[in-house]
Design a binder for this molecule. Structure first.
Ligand code: AP5
Ligand code: MG
Length: 212
């Protein structure tokens, strides 16, 4: 089991594929450290720092923050973490993959493959709990009435922005699938089932069926 804890993994997939949802389950099951560039960037925006102000519009429009800026935000996290990191939403350009390669040895890349129409449904119905960081969906993972009021609808979760994000994903991020496949590092999982079904497929493909 200690081997799993020392693995560095990349979680790859379209916006709304379920990376964050599965990341939470993977860290709970296997004790990895969750490093999400989306979360890091949103925290920066919410803190109203200079950097946050700089990237706010880019993110709201569904475009990517520059490679240098993302890496700057990420570097201190990488430097202070031991092995056993789960990178969620990073890298998402070929250049970012090269940057990461210089810093960390990646063991596997988990690609969650989901149909485009499913992705759009998942994104537009998503709500976030700012207190716990939990991810909900109005239909697929509904919150209780008690917490519903405090939930946040991400600004980039409108239909229009989600479409742009999907286009950016196809252009900038999809080439990483071939890159990691050619290195024999890619593990592809069908992400179209329920969260628990996908969790089980990940356990089967990546962790030999073991759930701790
Ligand atoms: P980021 O936060 O990384 O967003 P993303 O990649 O677009 O992915 P999402 O967080 O939207 O989706 P997810 O795959 O995590 O799905 P989730 O589990 O929430 O990035 C946001 C922005 O930050 C980017 O657009 C960019 O501007 C910037 N950025 C971030 N990283 C960057 C980088 N490296 N370089 C440059 N810029 C960067 O699930 C979605 C919904 O579906 C939820 O409601 C959930 O409840 C539901 N759901 C999940 N799984 C299932 C299931 N199996 N069945 C039914 N419903 C499900
Ligand atoms: Mg996410």
């Amino acid at each position: 089991m200690s081997d799993l804890k020392n693995m560095n993994l990349i979680l790859l997939g379209a916006p709304g594929a379920g990376k964050g949802t599965q990341a939470k389950r993977i860290i709970k099951n296997y004790g990895l450290i969750h490093i999400s560039t989306g979360d890091i960037i949103r925290n920066e925006i919410n803190s109203k720092s200079e950097l946050g102000k700089e990237v706010q519009e880019v993110v709201s429009n569904g475009n990517l923050v520059s490679d240098d800026l993302v890496f700057k935000l990420l570097k201190s996290k990488i430097e202070t973490s031991e092995n056993g990191c789960l990178f969620d939403g990073f890298p998402r350009t070929l250049n970012q993959a090269s940057m990461l390669n210089l810093e960390v040895e990646i063991n596997k890349v988990l690609f969650i493959d989901v149909d485009d129409d499913v992705v759009m449904e998942r994104i537009t119905g998503r709500r976030l709990d700012p207190e716990t960081g939990n991810i909900y969906h109005l239909e697929f993972n509904p919150p209780s009435e008690e917490i519903k009021e405090r939930l946040i609808h991400r600004k980039d979760d409108t239909y229009e922005v989600a479409e742009s994000r999907l286009n950016v994903y196809r252009e900038e991020t999809e080439p990483l699938i071939d890159l990691y496949a050619s290195k024999g590092m890619l593990v592809k999982v069908d992400g179209n089932g329920t969260p628990s079904e996908v969790e089980q497929k990940i356990a089967d493909e990546l962790f030999n069926g073991v759930k701790v």
